[in-house]
Design a protein around this ligand. Structure first.
Ligand SMILES: [Zn+2]
Length: 293
């Protein structure tokens, strides 16, 4: 049996940046935690656990809130924590949003690796899907099925030539994880005015997002991968799935899903008790493939 330990960071991490939607300057600090503390955001002394029950906003990002305190755009950091296998951490912010950095998760991953990963005494827990769950919204859907290992697929279908009709799958391989972590958020120039009018994307620029004008990429450096947009949608899905509180073991397939549908899927897993929480040694098929960083 392969025993995987719970993880935290070895030392404090500090990251400064701006919020994509709020445009606010933000200083983010991450602190080591004990086994079973879980992932927690801290805003003005209020601890907001990274669970779907605190997810309250889904428009172009995922927002967590509790007692009037909120933290927006948690998904890229959540994906970085998932990829580095961090189960326990406190993340304190002095503004309403996580810094967007370059629009991907790679800088969070690098900072965590730089600080070092600490293995705790206690064994790691997983959420193992025990039956099929489907959520739908118009033509979009997410389906989760029991599977001996984790396979997460995003299928994008847009009338845009670059995004087009593409799929990408994460299956706990190191190369998948590195590719996905590097994929930046994106938007369409046509959407920018709508976003700004609705008080969103105030901090958005070509430094932290890929911007499309029709079928063209406005960023001078172009795309990091031909399929960077679908990889980013997968990154968002992985980050949102981690709001289950444990890494998921199952086969998840999203067709055109966004933050709202991701959160409904996670909420349905919880409400319908569609998973069992198991220790790593109870899942013999894991063979250590759940941790790649
Ligand atoms: Zn995103």
């Amino acid at each position: 049996m392969f025993c995987i330990k719970q993880r935290t960071i070895k030392k404090e991490i500090e990251i400064k940046g701006i919020g994509l939607h709020t445009g606010q300057s933000v200083s983010l600090k991450m602190y080591p935690a004990n086994a079973y503390d879980g992932i927690n955001f801290v805003k003005n002394g209020t601890v907001i656990p990274a669970f779907v029950e605190y997810a309250t906003g889904f428009e172009f990002s995922t927002t967590l809130s509790k007692n009037g305190k909120m933290v927006k755009t948690v998904e890229h950091l959540m994906a970085a924590l998932y990829f580095t296998g961090i189960d326990n951490i406190f993340i304190e912010v002095d503004a309403d949003e996580i810094p967007i950095l370059d629009g991907s998760a790679i800088q969070f991953v690098e900072k965590i690796k730089e600080a070092g990963i600490k293995l705790l005494e206690d064994e790691k827990l997983y959420a193992v899907l025990s039956r099929e769950i489907v959520v739908k919204e118009k033509d979009k859907f997410i389906i989760g099925k029991p599977s001996p290992s984790t396979v997460i697929t995003y299928h994008a279908k847009y009338n845009n030539k670059i995004i087009g009709d593409r799929k990408y799958t994460y299956s706990n391989l190191k190369e998948d994880f590195e590719n996905i972590a590097l994929a930046r958020t994106y938007c369409f120039l046509e959407e920018v005015e709508y976003l700004r009018r609705n008080g969103l994307a105030k901090g958005g620029s070509l430094e932290n997002a890929v911007v499309f004008e029709g079928d063209n990429v406005l960023n001078p450096e172009g795309l990091r991968f031909e399929d960077e947009p679908v990889k980013h949608k997968l990154l968002d899905l992985i980050g949102d799935l981690y709001l289950l509180g444990f890494p998921i073991v199952g086969d998840i397939y999203s067709f055109k899903g966004g933050h709202r549908l991701n959160a409904s899927f996670v909420r349905k897993l919880v409400d319908e008790k569609a998973f069992e929480v198991k220790y790593s040694t109870e899942i013999d098929v894991l063979k250590g493939n759940q941790l790649v960083a």
